[in-house]
Write a protein that binds this ligand. Structure first.
Ligand code: PMP
Length: 480
């Protein structure tokens, strides 16, 4: 969904505040940012390299081992502007991962900063949902209208995990069933029920679960048992498998199927067109509810549609969201059919969910996305990146697949000449990109996929700049 109010975006290399960050090249050219905070370092401290090492040591002593960090020498990001961030040792990077897709508009966005400041200036950061919250109601109205769900209602949380926990609570309560279908290679969060529906061993930290889950085939065709089939045959095989799975592994009265339209943590795996639409038809026959996890795919990032599921022509019973909505402020939520949202018999509350500060940031962010038509931008710039990558590195022996939609692009790295995953190559590529001034993400079932998901405001010039770094990097990793 788009509005007709469009404002110009910065051109090629950004404008105003963004220009002070220069290009992606870092190191020697990095200057002390004026007006920044105490974290800014001067050249001497920077060259000593001590700030990150010292913080890493403290981090390791007090934080859990399972909280993993990127890079051999992890970095602290201390400031940002536009699509660039600067680390604690003064290096500036072009950011193609956006804080795991959260900084959807980029950094230091005046509209978001002003909205947060205006709320803070009132002296009230929080009141709780015991009182009316104007920003929350405004935001819920917008999201309900954008959802396409008739009479939709919205509940706000602080994270994607909580959003999915809520969706699972609602659908299982509504259907009076604890059975859930999830997709293989999925990721839905870190809490009890959400880990239960996460189909990725690397993140499946417990087999205990409040829901009884069965896993259907996903859109991750590259390693599927049905790999090699064309789109139509793949969809038919998966649908046949879904029916068989419902008939043989469930008691029939399944509460819901939960699916990411493009699997994020799973390496930006894109299903063939028609898969989720065909699944929705089967679910409707059985009365099973459809939950679309839009935590990564929402707000136009996939380019084709405002919600990732939109490409399938499906209006789900519920959608969950988080990540980019607050442009960095913690917010998530569920938008659902009214009877589903209202089905809980007792009371339920999230103390911080939908708080004034987060909803102020989210309203400003969502308005920005719509007013600047960032969905179209994601489609256009995403195409440049995807086609550029396919053309320039698609044939390298270490590249198994380049896939994606809009500004969600995955590059699956393999041992040359095989489909065997090569996580070490992905780690090297991540490291080399950083050395060359570009931050990208990593993921996939075996940690062997690069994930490219820049802010939706990425300019053409920045896309070309990042693409060049990626192409050079992958060529050098391929050369060994
Ligand atoms: N769903 C999806 C699709 C996600 O990618 C994530 C986070 N990576 C979550 C849910 C969980 O969100 P959070 O980390 O905010 O709890």
């Amino acid at each position: 969904m788009r509005t007709d109010v469009k404002k110009p975006l910065p051109t090629a290399h950004g404008s105003g505040a963004e220009e002070k960050q220069g290009t992606a090249a870092h190191g020697s050219g990095a200057e002390r940012r004026t007006g920044a905070d105490e974290n800014v370092v001067v050249a001497d401290e920077r060259s000593s390299g001590g700030r990150h090492s010292e913080l890493l040591e403290r981090h390791r002593a007090v934080m859990p081992t399972w909280l993993s960090l990127f890079y051999e020498q992890p970095i602290e990001i201390v400031s940002g502007s536009g699509r660039h961030v600067t680390d604690g040792e003064g290096r500036t990077y072009l950011d193609f991962f956006a804080g795991i897709l959260t900084n959807m508009l980029g950094y230091d966005v005046p509209e978001v900063r002003d909205a947060i400041k205006e709320q803070a200036d009132r002296g009230v950061l929080h009141t709780s949902t015991l009182y009316l919250l104007r920003q929350q109601v405004d935001l819920a109205e917008k999201i309900a209208a954008l959802s396409g769900i008739e009479g939709a209602k919205v509940f706000f949380t602080n994270s994607g995990t909580e959003a999915n926990e809520t969706a699972l609570m609602l659908t299982t309560a509504y259907r009076r069933s604890n059975q859930v279908i999830a997709l293989r290679n999925s990721y839905h969060g870190r809490a009890f029920a959400t880990v239960g529906v996460t189909g990725n061993r690397g993140w499946g930290v417990s087999s205990l679960s409040p829901v009884q889950v069965t896993y259907a085939q996903s859109g991750y065709r590259y390693r599927s048992s049905f790999a090699g089939l064309d789109d139509g045959a793949y969809v038919d095989a998966c649908v046949h498998d879904l029916r068989e799975l419902i008939d043989t592994t469930t008691a029939g009265d399944v509460a819901c199927l939960i699916a990411e339209p493009v699997q994020g943590v799973g390496g930006f795996a894109v299903p063939p067109d028609g898969l989720l639409g065909a699944y929705a038809e089967v679910l409707a026959e059985y009365g099973i509810l459809f939950v679309s996890d839009e935590v990564q795919t929402g707000w136009g990032r996939t380019g084709e549609s405002f919600w990732g599921i939109g490409s399938s022509g499906v209006v789900p019973d519920a959608m969950t969201f988080a990540k980019g909505l607050g442009n960095g402020a913690a917010i998530g939520g569920v938008v659902a059919r009214p009877e589903l949202m209202d089905c809980l018999q007792g009371q339920s509350v999230s103390t911080f969910g939908g708080n004034p500060l987060s909803t102020a940031a989210a309203n400003a962010t969502l308005d920005y996305v719509l007013h600047h038509d960032l969905q179209t931008r994601a489609a256009t710039i995403g195409r440049v990146l995807l086609e550029g990558l396919r053309a320039q590195i698609g044939d390298l022996p270490i590249v198994g697949e380049v896939r994606g939609k809009g500004l969600m692009i995955g590059v699956e790295l393999v041992h040359a000449g095989s489909t065997d995953p090569d996580p070490a190559a992905a780690a090297r590529a991540l490291e080399t990109c950083r050395e060359r001034g570009l931050l990208v993400g990593k993921g996939g079932l075996y940690g062997n996929c690069l994930r490219i998901a820049p802010p939706l405001t990425l300019t053409e010039g920045e896309a070309a700049e990042g693409l060049a770094v990626l192409v050079d990097t992958l060529a050098s990793v391929d050369a060994g």
